[in-house]
Design a protein around this ligand. Structure first.
Ligand code: 0O2
Length: 232
């Protein structure tokens, strides 16, 4: 019996469901959950590897230049609900192999910098490392999304070293400035606000776009001020 075939109890109780399961079904479910947990722990290891790479770069830069290019690093592991939702929405098979093959953002590392130049410097430094392979890059700083969203997205593949195995894992790296992060967080909150009247939603989108442009100008100006000050 496939776990998908387990009958949903009709007006029933847990007893109905449990009695419909065989010991084999329970063992298969437990095995599936264990394999899922193991895969998630591999992604967690990949997050740790990539985060450490950025912390090392930050440390080295700060000892050479007396300033830290990284303001904050945030990491996140995609929740099982989001993984399932994305597989369903994209029409992919709902298997662990399919997660590894089709989803590149289960492991996420976001690097937030004060200055735009540091975003590119850190991305280059990461991609120069011989155990980091670039899968895809999307530069939404040079080519912002129509709503004004800016960020540099890299999908990289990097090894994790387990007790008796080396495994290549995909990690989504988002690099952005503090100003881009501020904008994206607010935009994300407002985007998920449901039931906005159509006119208000359109006016809000327009204002958010203007804010994105203003914040890009702020990044540009702050970068130029830094260059002048560091040149003195
Ligand atoms: P979460 O919880 O942040 O992960 P993909 O979905 O990655 O396979 P896509 O749509 O080409 O394919 O991805 P893209 O454009 O690289 O963007 C993926 C992530 O970037 C999103 O993840 C957001 O984190 C962020 N992002 C992209 N566009 C926007 C935007 O317009 N506004 C904001 N605030 N964030 C954006 P998720 O999956 O949405 O969620």
């Amino acid at each position: 019996m496939n776990t998908n075939d387990i009958p949903v109890p009709q007006g029933g109780t847990e007893v109905t469901l449990v009695s419909a399961l065989t010991a084999g079904d329970v063992a298969r479910m437990r095995d599936g959950m264990e394999k899922f947990r193991r895969l998630m722990s591999y992604y967690k290891c990949a997050i740790m590897e990539v985060e450490t790479k950025f912390r090392v770069l930050d440390e080295q830069f700060s000892s050479r230049h007396e300033r830290n290019p990284i303001d904050t690093i945030k990491t996140r592991l995609k929740s099982p609900e989001s993984i399932l939702e994305k597989l369903t929405r994209r029409g992919y098979e709902k298997t662990l192999a399919s997660v590894e093959r089709n989803l590149a953002d289960v492991a996420g590392v976001r690097v937030i910098c004060s200055f735009k130049d540091d975003v590119y410097m850190l991305a280059d430094s990461l991609l120069k490392q011989d155990d980091v392979k670039l899968v895809t890059a999307k530069d939404y700083i040079k080519n912002p999304k129509p709503n004004g969203y800016r960020s540099l997205h890299l999908i990289v593949e990097t090894p994790i070293f387990l007790q008796d195995e080396k495994r290549m894992m995909k990690v989504e790296v988002q690099l952005r400035t503090i100003a881009m992060e501020f904008w994206a967080n607010l935009e994300h909150k407002l985007r998920y606000k449901k039931n906005l009247p159509e006119e208000l939603a359109a006016a809000t989108a327009k204002r958010l776009y203007s804010c994105a442009e203003a914040s890009a100008r702020l990044d540009e100006e702050m970068g130029q001020i830094r260059t002048v000050i560091e040149g003195v």
